[in-house]
Design a protein. Sequence first.
Length: 155
Amino acid sequence: MSAQAVQLAWAFLATLGFGVLFRAPLRDLPFTALGGAVSWGAYLAFKAATGSDTLSYFAASVAVGLYAEAMASCLKRPATLFILSAIIPLVPGAGMYRTMLEAVNGRAAASASVGFETLTLAGAIAGGLAVASAASRILWLKKPRLPRRPGSRQP
């Protein structure tokens, strides 16, 4: 089994665990876990293609957002259900830890550098999710419903 396949399997299992922790409905757990594998797979693919962490995080979070919106539309569930679990593999926890470690050890310049890098990755995730949400509204033509006028015979 290749290293990428092992990473995808672990992303699936870790996301499944977070789905349980977040109390996702049992019928939706496979789809939330698949979202984690999609996010990590997209990250690996874009990292191999571009070599940029920030661009890879952005592209992977766009993939997660589009996946979540598609699942929400198909399964008639809120997209947040899928986004919360599926984004877990992308959370830059190691960067946050290293930022604090450098700060505690008194290396302010290294702490600021790692902290800026971590915030950049977090911003890429947020930006990617926002782009995916906007794109899904355009792609699926989700228009807000107009309120019905009293006395009208609209279906």
